[in-house]
Design a protein around this ligand. Structure first.
Ligand SMILES: NC(=O)C1=CN([C@@H]2O[C@H](COP(=O)(O)OP(=O)(O)OC[C@H]3O[C@@H](n4cnc5c(N)ncnc54)[C@H](O)[C@@H]3O)[C@@H](O)[C@H]2O)C=CC1
Ligand SMILES: N[C@@H](CC=O)C(=O)O
Ligand code: NA
Length: 436
């Protein structure tokens, strides 16, 4: 059968915002190449928008404000969900899968909590559920973890997976720019979520960490399992202090597999702003770029780098999934199924091994250093460096620790706050990207 004689694959795109608009543009612009790659034409059968009266982008006959009607249509084979949110897309995707449509989505907030439900609906219907765009935008990371590394044992996946916060921190670091101005710019450029709290408070990065940990460790990890802290408390002063330590500040998502003191294998999944040495490859990842470092027992260390947000880069990942799903519709076969056989439990943040950087205002008098050091040593936390800055009312101590259980470090901070000689603890950040 020739490509032109094969039945075309019908596609519906739900949501025509930053990403949806770009998906439709690429579908039109690359139509001929896509047909050759799939072995049949991909035809846009409908787009769903919120307000039909304001939509001017595509042929009016394709546009509807009723996405539920599109996902059950007989001439639609693949549904692309780009609305965002939870309840509506959850119900639309379920209905689409139950009606035998393959689904492509970029919706990490939904997947972080409902991959199990949606993947089993896809398995029941023998169709595909693809979501490469949901983590790190254009960067291929889901497919490498699910397929290329399927024969290896992944031990760690860590990196920068939120473009908006990386854009903000990079601008604050380079130009000392004001936080609100940079956030507004990230929204204008199509990086930020509809509610940018999801970005700045780390919810988006935590959702992505849940997805990455689930896939990497063949277990089910949801957003609630991920320890989360955002960047809203990071100041230009923190970035200046970081420079004095030859570091910068990055919002990191860290997923690790580790053996606890009782010999049980567990997962640690956490998101927080951390000091990263300038010599570390993640320190050089600027703007809305993302980078993910994967460590596997046999492959060693792999690094994936590229555009993690924005309409066109994200649409590129969506199109990759769309081509895969369309090929499967034409030639048969299916993408990989969800794999949760290992079922590793997730440990609380208290059990993670981390390093702390602590900056505190102290009374400028004898005995302060030994009182501070005593609080660390009584909890078995070993100090790596101590630096005194300023004098008199401006005296500050900056302590960097070696790796210790996070709970020992956080208990130490509480105890320091109760010391008479410590006037205030002005900044506490974890330090990552070092081996100590
Ligand atoms: N923008 C980005 O860089 C990335 C976005 N994503 C995800 O992709 C999805 C879409 O993101 P964006 O395009 O940036 O969001 P957006 O807010 O620009 O687009 C969503 C669109 O859906 C429309 N919509 C809302 N309710 C609707 C309804 N009931 N029926 C039809 N349309 C409706 C909105 O009017 C809007 O145009 C989200 O899940 C987001 O988390 C994932 C990776 C990167
Ligand atoms: N808001 C997200 C978009 C991509 O996932 C981000 O900034 O990374
Ligand atoms: Na990706």
């Amino acid at each position: 059968m020739t490509e032109s004689s094969r039945r075309p694959i019908g596609v519906a795109v739900l949501g025509m915002g930053n990403v949806g608009t770009e998906v439709v543009r690429i579908l039109h612009e690359n139509a001929e190449d896509l047909t050759a790659r799939v072995g049949a034409a991909i035809e846009l059968r409908g787009v769903a928008v919120r307000d039909i009266t304001r939509w001017r982008g595509v042929d009016a006959s394709l546009v509807t404000d009723d996405p539920a009607s599109l996902v059950v249509r007989d001439d639609v084979d693949i549904v692309v969900e780009l609305i965002g949110g939870i309840d509506l897309p959850r119900s639309l995707i379920r209905t689409a899968l139950e009606h035998g449509k393959s689904v492509v989505t970029a919706n990490k907030a939904l997947l972080a909590d409902y991959t199990g439900e949606l993947a089993s609906a896809a398995a029941d219907a023998k169709v595909d559920l693809y979501f490469e765009a949901a983590v790190a935008g254009a960067i291929p990371v889901i497919r490498p973890l699910m397929q290329s590394l399927a024969g290896d044992t992944v031990t760690r996946v860590a990196g920068i997976v939120n473009g908006t916060t990386n854009f903000i921190l990079s601008a604050m670091d380079a130009d000392g720019d004001d936080y609100d101005t940079v956030l507004a710019e990230a929204g204008r450029l199509g990086y930020a979520e509809a509610d940018p709290t999801a970005d700045v408070e780390g919810y988006d990065a935590a959702a992505k960490a849940a997805i990455l940990a689930s896939i990497a460790f063949h277990s089910r990890v949801t957003a609630a399992d991920v320890h989360r802290q955002g960047i809203s408390s990071i100041t230009v002063d923190d970035l200046e202090s970081a420079k004095k330590l030859d570091c910068t500040v990055k919002l990191l998502s860290i997923c690790e597999r580790f053996v606890d003191p009782d010999g049980r294998e567990r997962i640690s999944a956490r998101v927080y702003p951390a000091l990263v040495p300038l010599s570390h490859p993640l320190a050089g990842v600027g703007g809305a770029f993302n980078a993910v470092v994967v460590e596997a027992e046999n492959a060693g260390r792999l690094m994936f780098y590229g555009q993690g947000a924005g309409g066109a880069p994200t649409a590129s990942a969506v199109l990759g999934d769309l081509v895969m799903a369309a090929r499967n519709k034409v030639h048969g076969g299916r993408g990989p199924l969800e794999s949760t056989y290992a079922s590793l439990p997730v440990a609380p943040i208290d059990d993670a091994l981390t390093r702390y950087y602590v900056s505190m205002r102290v009374a400028d008098r004898p005995g302060v250093l030994s009182a501070v050091a005593g609080e660390f040593s009584s909890r078995d936390v070993s100090i790596s460096t101590v630096r005194q800055e300023g004098a008199g009312d401006d005296a500050r101590l900056v302590v960097v620790t070696h790796r210790a259980r996070d709970v020992a470090l956080s208990d130490t901070i509480e105890a320091l706050q109760d010391l008479d000689s410590v006037l205030s603890v002005s900044s506490v950040l974890r330090l990552e990207g070092t081996d100590e």
